[in-house]
Design a protein around this ligand. Structure first.
Ligand code: MEV
Length: 321
């Protein structure tokens, strides 16, 4: 019998990039969900079927003895999840894995969501009873095995869901009692390589360590204050903090003309704050669009060439279906 788990994507609110360097961030889960359905097979083969492979009418097969040796692009995160669980819990089995999820996810969906869904499904299938902290640890190790870098904020968001205060590597994972978030999300239409942008900021930090480290300290202050304003529902103060953080991201060179255009348009339409989300270089920006201003902010983002992404925020974390 197949076990199915589903996990959400994420929107990084504050702390982008600095969270790679032992600073905190705030992240909310978005209701763009990824599913992994896994069942045991008698033979010694692991079969993986993903939306991308289905589009190409392909299925991917590997030996159950060697998952995780050489990752293939379309299946890397699922394979890494299986390899990590087998390694840690001394397991081996033939498997059939089917994943579902949007192929286009605006940079909000994440490889981490599919990894977390796969680890949760395996935990249930082999009766490992992993709690949230263990799911995070195992899935984060799998993600690092594929990507090499990453703070793990997206893994924590996929596991815990809702809105989380997070410090690098899961040093702190604090779920926040937030009810609703009044953000408008705009997609720039540009695709991003997170690894390249993280590398660019790392090089800038190597060239200017004192200044960039001090700016990472400012990011921490912004995030810590942002946590209070989120809990207070003070969107004016939170908007100020978004604008201040955008200043840091501009200085680190990860803004683009298109993102800057969407951010300026949202602010001109009355948004109390607007910034890019994540690595930069494209993907999404978001703006405070509370109350009556929401419609005007959405229209401004569209008029400036962006696509408004209509998705629920503060979504539930990983679930067994
Ligand atoms: C990328 O979505 C966010 C970064 O902070 C990298 C990370 O935290 O892993 C740039």
């Amino acid at each position: 019998m197949a076990v199915t788990a589903s996990a959400p994507g994420k929107l990084l609110l504050l702390g982008d990039h600095a969270v790679v360097y032992d600073r905190p961030c705030l992240v909310t889960a978005v209701d763009i969900r990824y599913q992994a359905s896994i069942s045991k097979q008698d033979d010694s083969t692991i079969e993986i079927d993903t939306p991308e492979l289905r589009q190409q009418a392909k299925t991917y097969r590997i030996s159950a003895q060697h998952p995780g040796k050489h990752y293939t692009k379309e299946t890397a995160f699922v394979e890494a999840a299986i390899a990590q669980v087998f390694r840690e819990y001394d397991l081996q089995s033939g498997l059939s894995v089917v994943t579902q999820g949007p192929v286009v996810s605006y940079g909000l969906g994440s490889s981490s969501a599919i990894t977390v869904a796969a680890v949760a499904a395996l935990s249930s299938l082999f009766d490992l009873r992993l709690d949230k902290a263990e799911l995070f640890r195992v899935a984060y190790a799998a993600v690092l095995d594929v990507q090499g870098t990453g703070s793990g904020f997206d893994v924590a968001s996929a596991v815990y869901g809702r809105t989380v205060y997070f410090v690098t590597g899961g040093a702190t994972i604090e779920p926040l009692p937030v009810d609703s978030l009044p953000f408008v999300i705009g997609y720039s239409g540009e695709k991003v390589s997170t690894t390249n942008l993280v590398g660019e900021v790392r090089k800038l930090r190597e060239r200017q360590p004192a200044i960039v480290n001090r700016m990472f300290g400012v990011s921490r202050e912004i995030v810590d204050s942002g946590k209070e304003q989120l809990l207070n529902g003070d969107w004016s103060a939170f908007g100020d903090l978004m604008n201040l953080h955008q200043g840091l991201l501009d200085a680190w060179g990860v803004n683009t003309l298109q993102l800057a255009t969407l951010i300026a348009a949202a602010r001109d339409a009355g948004a109390l704050g607007a910034k890019l989300s994540g690595a930069g270089g494209g993907d999404c920006m978001f703006a405070v669009g509370d109350g009556e201003k929401r419609v005007a902010v959405e229209q401004a983002v569209r008029d400036a060439g962006g696509e408004v992404v209509d998705v629920a925020l503060n979504a539930e974390g990983v679930q067994l279906l």
